[in-house]
Ligand binder design. Structure first.
Ligand SMILES: [Zn+2]
Length: 202
């Protein structure tokens, strides 16, 4: 992948004023503070925080931002910033190896792991409807995720063990790697604008 777009990293419009950019930088730094993530996700969160700081170093400094805006415009004109196909990273249910799967706007597809050849199904690039809802059960609970696909189909998936960070992602794009049987989630992946954050759900 080419260099991430600094505006996309901070989640702001290219026309955003300095104060909006500063607030977005602070918000993203807190959201991706590595201390908030499990050891499994630590490296990804760290990478994300690094990108957030790199974006701030450019966009937070007027001269550097003006230079960056010029480069961005030139790149757009020459077509260097193409509308490339969006790929979603999905971990294999057996070995955890990541596969790059083209976005499906929330449709369910079968994925074959390039490492162990295991086949698994996944809902790719759906939109989370509201927040995951905790449903109490006799021993603990499970979280229900309502996902809407591009064609309006709503699917409900149950997941055990969702981290608190998931509360951030209302309305976000998510993929769910399903367990072999039933509609249970094995992994819930949150597609950030640059980094995919995945959780094994028990
Ligand atoms: Zn595998």
């Amino acid at each position: 992948m080419s260099d991430p777009d600094h505006y996309a990293v901070l989640g702001v419009e290219p026309t955003a004023d300095p104060e909006t950019i500063r607030e977005a930088w602070r918000f993203q730094l807190r959201a991706f503070h590595p201390d908030r993530f499990s050891s499994e996700q630590h490296a990804r969160a760290e990478r994300m925080a690094k990108r957030v700081n790199e974006a701030w170093q450019v966009l937070g400094e007027p001269a550097a931002r003006a230079r960056y805006d010029r480069q961005r415009r030139d790149a757009a004109i020459s077509g260097a910033v193409g509308a490339s196909e969006i790929l979603r990273e999905l971990p294999c249910v057996s070995c955890g190896t990541l596969s790059a799967v083209p976005d499906q706007a929330g449709r369910t597809v079968t994925v074959k792991c390039p490492a162990c050849q295991q086949q698994f199904t996944a809902i790719v690039g759906a939109t989370l409807l509201g927040r995951p809802r905790l449903e109490a059960r006799y021993l603990g609970g499970r979280h229900l995720l309502h996902l809407v696909a591009g064609d309006g189909t709503v699917t409900t998936v149950a997941a055990r063990k969702l981290p608190t960070e998931l509360a951030l992602i209302e309305g976000e794009t998510v993929s769910v790697v399903l367990r072999g049987r039933g509609r249970g989630a094995r992994y819930v992946i949150v597609h950030g604008r640059i980094t995919d954050m995945g959780w094994r759900t028990g």
